[in-house]
Design a protein around this ligand. Structure first.
Ligand code: MG
Length: 367
């Protein structure tokens, strides 16, 4: 690994909440990544909606394959910029752990249920999973990850919530930046989903090639691909266009970020935290990304068939929430809690459910 001095360094990590002896073979970020991969929350990502509900088809991305694609992009960018690949990988694999079943419809339903108890936010929940909810270890709660991985997982946070989180929330109050590894995973996330959603959209028949040509960047690249290989088959044409677009975004991210790093010239990670963000797309590619996102929102995320898939998310989540609040015994909560504490336990339980388990449970309870 060709680490730059401003990269996160496991030997200088701000540490774990519970002190542990170092591993003989692995650095601390590798160890974080391994703990994430072996966690129950990570395995459940396989059956959680990204855009398409898991049982709609086997070809679509799930939260799990999305997270793997984010990790692949993140590692590539980290390596190019001389940042710590293992840390970028750990953050990428954990970034969506806190998502509810049924994607954004599920999150908004649960947030609604939790309104009078402080609300629900998937990003905070990802941190809560690795800090508290995973329970495979005898000596500590959660996965006891390093500060750097936890900092990367918490990508946004209101000041109100940040005040409750101690050291990990400080940067939001003091307006500081996280490591470059954390910064780049946010971009990798967007690059990954914009492109895989085009792919899934076309595969599902909800988006057409002609429709995509309304996005001028797509149109331009697809024409370029076609002129190089005039007899290219449709499916390969789409895949080649997506690959080339993605490559443009990733190359641009690396070049633009390198430019900012050269200009700001950080000498250590503390400099990175005190400076303005250094990982960025160029203005031109940012605009292209914006128009791609607008297109996907209107044509895919708000498509009646996508909406219909998650239409009953509200009903399912609402019913589960009400039932478990009334009968906490059903989910093995036997001690007495205040309403607020109980609501948090119920929301932890519901957020952890996969799409199919939530539906099965809902059906069982409605019998
Ligand atoms: Mg994501």
């Amino acid at each position: 690994m060709n680490l730059k001095p401003f990269a996160a360094d496991p030997k200088k990590s701000l540490g774990r909440q519970f002190k542990e002896a170092p591993s003989e073979l692995r650095n601390d970020f590798q160890r974080d990544r391994d703990r994430i991969i072996h966690s129950a929350a990570f395995r459940r990502l396989e059956y959680k909606t990204q855009v398409f509900v898991n049982h709609e088809g086997d070809m679509f991305r799930t939260r799990l394959t999305h997270s793997l694609e984010v990790s692949q992009v993140s590692r590539g960018v980290a390596r190019t910029l001389g940042l710590h690949e293992d840390l970028a990988e750990a953050i990428a694999l954990a970034h969506d752990l806190g998502h509810t079943p049924f994607g954004h419809a599920g999150q908004s339903a649960l947030n609604q249920c939790m309104k009078e108890y402080g609300g629900f936010e998937h990003n905070l929940q990802s941190l809560r999973i690795v800090d508290v909810l995973e329970n495979d270890y005898v000596d500590f709660k959660g996965l006891n990850l390093t500060f750097e991985t936890r900092e990367g997982i918490l990508k946004h946070c209101s000041n109100k919530n940040a005040l409750k989180l101690g050291v990990i929330g400080e940067r939001f109050i003091k307006n500081k930046q996280p490591s470059l590894e954390a910064q780049l995973v946010n971009f990798a996330d967007e690059i990954a989903y914009n492109h895989h959603d085009i792919d899934d959209g076309i595969r599902s028949g909800l988006l057409s090639f002609d429709q995509l040509c309304e996005v001028s960047f797509f149109n331009e690249i697809s024409a370029e691909v076609k002129s190089e290989s005039p007899s290219i088959k449709d499916r390969q044409h789409i895949r080649a266009t997506i690959r080339r677009m993605m490559n443009f975004f990733i190359m641009d991210l690396c070049h633009e970020s390198q430019g900012h790093i050269d200009k700001q010239n950080p000498t250590c990670i503390a400099d990175v935290r005190n400076a303005s963000p250094m990982i960025a797309l160029s203005e031109d590619m940012s605009k292209k990304q914006q128009s791609l996102k607008q297109f996907l929102r209107a044509a895919l995320y708000l498509h009646p068939r996508v909406q219909a898939m998650t239409d009953n998310a509200h009903d399912v989540i609402n019913a589960l929430f009400k039932t478990f609040m009334k009968n906490p015994d059903l989910i093995n909560i036997h001690e007495t809690h205040s309403q607020k504490d109980l609501a948090v336990l119920v929301s932890d339980y519901i957020a952890g459910m996969t799409d199919r388990f939530a539906i099965q449970t809902f059906k069982k309870l409605s019998q």
